[in-house]
Write a protein that binds this ligand. Structure first.
Ligand code: MG
Length: 400
């Protein structure tokens, strides 16, 4: 490990009394965005919304904006009008001196450019969109160091690890242990995965989330992306990040220390909790969720990850270790393959092989800039779209 992980070394504890934190919310109409709005409504003494930003859904944004008339409401893709002007308005809103924290909860790759702008403006970020770190982890880390901004994770596993690391020294970490529920197909006979329907893949046993991440949980690509996210967030080598299956989703992740101690963070599976930890840090907010009733639960179980059932894990690690734009290719190919599955144009069992094909065909660019990341992203999407679910017709190489 080469630098002090900023995520658990707060640069200051801020004022002794929590003051009002003004937020710009990217992804206001999504699942996380709506829960952020809940939290703001429940704690008006702690949070105010400066800007509400959504992608394309004008009606949904208007509904959120009606409840928060004080916030600027902005659409990234207004359709018809100048997209460049919309991007500039968003950049202005998130970089506004009135904004204390930018909450990044927009789906996927679209969140990258505004996140980099926010970091350049020295803003602290509460990050729900793991794709930002997967696509451009090095780039994000450079900007953080240069501008002294911090990233507070909202992803429940990373929130757990972050909480386990409070007060700990970097050299005391032996490994990170990410937990994953295994999704809806943990016990399903392998040979029947061929016939998985969209509805089956969308029925997550523990968490209520948006459709893309729910499919990622069924393939466990989500956990693969989270390994890469953890690598960049906590600056821990891939070899020291493990995944364990924990179907109850009560232990959100763990850290093993050099003395053999393991710390875990427990909570009911409800994203309001990690959101409140990131937004409220260093304070904890009162009564966000009930605590898990351990006696009622009776037992918590753990099992080793089945690498045959979940090939996405090894693939994600491989892309992470290749570095450069390889994780961006992995991420974009996966987004595209999942989108095709949700449209009924790919089978469930074709998702991960499509991604593997793109990752293996790519010649990752080791020079990471916003431009090379976006080029890799576009290349990977085209690759997946034009390949016939595993047997590609396209032989083009990733642009240098
Ligand atoms: Mg997660």
């Amino acid at each position: 490990m080469t630098h002090v992980p900023s995520a658990f070394q707060p640069k200051e504890m801020r004022s002794p009394r929590p003051s009002l934190r003004r937020l710009a919310l990217l992804g206001a109409t999504g699942s996380i965005g709506r829960q952020v709005c809940d939290l703001v409504e429940r704690h008006p003494e702690r949070f105010a919304l400066h800007a509400l930003i959504a992608g394309t859904d004008a009606a949904a944004l208007e509904a959120v904006a009606r409840r928060h008339p004080e916030a600027h409401a902005l659409l990234a893709n207004p359709g018809g009008t100048d997209a460049g002007r919309a991007a500039r308005a968003i950049e202005e809103a998130i970089c506004d001196p009135d904004v204390d924290m930018v909450v990044v909860a927009a789906a996927g790759a679209a969140a990258l450019a505004p996140t980099l702008s926010a970091l350049d403006a020295g803003k602290d970020i509460a990050l729900a969109t793991k794709e930002v770190l997967v696509m451009a982890g090095e780039l994000v880390r450079d900007r953080m160091r240069r501008h002294g901004s911090q990233i507070f994770p909202i992803d429940s596993e990373h929130s757990a690890i972050w909480q386990c690391l409070w007060g700990e020294k970097e050299r005391a970490i032996r490994r990170l242990i990410l937990t994953g529920s295994g999704g809806p197909f943990l016990r399903r006979p392998l040979e029947t995965l061929e016939t998985v329907t969209i509805a089956e893949a969308l029925a997550h046993p523990r968490w209520k989330m948006g459709p893309k991440i729910t499919i990622d949980s069924a393939t466990m690509m989500n956990k693969g992306l989270e390994v890469i996210e953890a690598h960049f967030l906590f600056d821990v080598p891939y070899a020291d990040i493990d995944v364990i299956v924990h179907p109850e989703s009560v232990v959100h992740s763990m850290v093993e220390f050099v003395d053999g101690s393991v710390k875990a963070q427990l909570g009911v599976p409800d994203m309001h909790l990690p959101i409140s930890v990131a937004l409220g840090f260093p304070e904890r907010l009162e009564g966000i969720t009930p605590a898990p009733d351990l006696a009622a639960l009776g037992r918590l179980t753990f099992e080793a990850l089945d690498m045959v059932r979940y090939p996405a894990l090894a693939l994600a690690r491989e892309a992470g270790q290749r570095g450069g734009t390889a994780p961006a290719v992995l991420n974009a190919a996966n987004e595209e393959a999942v989108a095709l599955f949700l449209k009924g144009q790919r089978r469930f069992v074709e998702i991960v092989p499509s991604v593997r094909e793109a990752v293996e065909r790519a010649e990752p660019n080791q020079e990471l800039t916003l431009e090379t990341v976006i080029a890799a992203d576009h290349w990977a999407r085209a690759q997946v779209r034009t390949s016939a679910g595993g047997s590609s017709r396209v032989r083009s190489k990733l642009p240098a």
